[in-house]
Design a protein around this ligand. Sequence first.
Ligand code: ADP
Ligand code: MG
Length: 528
Amino acid sequence: RDPGLMKLLPIIVLVVFAFKGLFGWSSTYLMHWVGQSVIADLRYQLYRRIINLPLTFHDRTHSGILISRITNDVNLMQGAVSSAVTGIVKDTFSAIGLVFLIFYLDWKMAIIATVVLPVAFIPVWKIGRLLRKIATSSQEAIADLTVILKESLGGVRIVKGFSMEEYETEKFSNENLKFFDFNMKSVAVRAINHPLMEFLGGVGIAALLWYSGYAFSKGLTTPGTLSSFLASMMFLYEPVKRLSGVNNTIQQGAAAAIRVYDILDTPEEVKEAEGARPLPPIKESIEFSDTSFTYDGEKPVLDHINLRVKAGEILALVGGSGGGKTTIVSLIPRFYDVSGGRVLIDGTDVRDVFIRSLRDQIGVVTQEPVLFADTARNNIAYGQPEKPFEEIRQAAKRANALDFIEGLSEGFDTVIGEQGVLLSGGERQRLCIARAMLKDAPILILDEATSNLDSEAEKEVQKGLEALMAGRTTLVVAHRLSTVKNADRIVVVVDGRIVEEGTHEELMAMNGEYKKLHDLQFSAEKVD
Ligand code: ADP
Ligand code: MG
């Protein structure tokens, strides 16, 4: 009846809603900012931890599983964190406020109306626990799915070569259905929540109505109080319902969090020693002193190795497959730590120096060339992006790689594809040699660098290798004895032990293991 107020009210309503919208948007944005920041930080921590974990960890954990942890598990946690911060804060305050309100309106009715609330905690708790279990299985299923993806797409050439497309699709499909099943189970359990809460709310209202009939007749309450009471009740069940939903999301996130923290809590086995110091450039020798090693703590792989490589010497390791040659050379850059004895550089235990200063001194070329889906130039300059182009070009030239790189469509700027698939085996290997050349480390490890190549490509690569070895302390593991004849010294490794040692001529004269290996290859080459 107040015309002034009637003019003002619509404006107030507009302003209120405008502010509600503005604050609503801000609260959603800020809450999610918190959630997303937490998750982005976690993802970063997780990746950093994974890439820093020792090789022993990576040896036994499939990279597909790790990818799934960083993507799928962290995503599931994201839901929990975002809805936890938004939901819990807002809804808890709403619920507490409304509980106070109904007790203020009529405490007797309030007791009757909320008597079912504590009962609701039991199913909420049970549902949460069940969801956590389902979420674990579901995350395992998507991890398996990632493993299949990684293997079949990474090995797509072999898949096609063996006409296994159908087989891989079937495998994928099975795992996909498993994931689907777990997700539907989770949906089924989650969906119980809403009707259950509503039913419990109905029980409260029914109890209240039953009581209010009695209260009216005794004149204990008025219809006005009852209706505002009922309205508050309805409002109260909303946040309670949402909170139990939030609990479900949190439980699922917790399942993922357990898996993520499993990795974050994995200790880094190879650690910087206390009082570690930088390793000065090698002057005298690399020495294995009574060195033993086992991968699994049981089966000995290296058995009391004693070996001294003088600075500037080229030492070849030969022997049948599985003898332990790769393991021996892996101990120098501390890819693994010895189980017994020591590995010394100039008399200093490699465990007593900064890992970085140790690895900076070592160049490695392995059997499988490791290349990134990047340009030829960046692949050579990997780890040394600051090197000027002229030096990169020079390294390529000395690695016998310049001709083919300049023949690529865009020369040094050509992207060479995932794992360098757009190159031949010999070309890939020469890129890796150029990388080691650019690194210019005084110690060089060549592990079967030419074993995957045909003899034509091997000749090309060998030229690069010889340039690379010049003036460096080199350990070369080779399959073909023809490639080790020029070594200063050759050791024969069998079953984790050094059984013979000497120059090619000396070893041939010994008429032992080396001679056997030699004759075996010689007769094989003749048959070729
Ligand atoms: P080689 O290079 O002489 O062929 P390796 O050093 O690769 O021999 O292997 C020596 C032994 O250690 C083999 O019996 C092999 O099965 C085992 N081995 C190699 N690498 C691992 C690993 N990452 N985890 C467990 N065992 C391994
Ligand atoms: Mg090997």
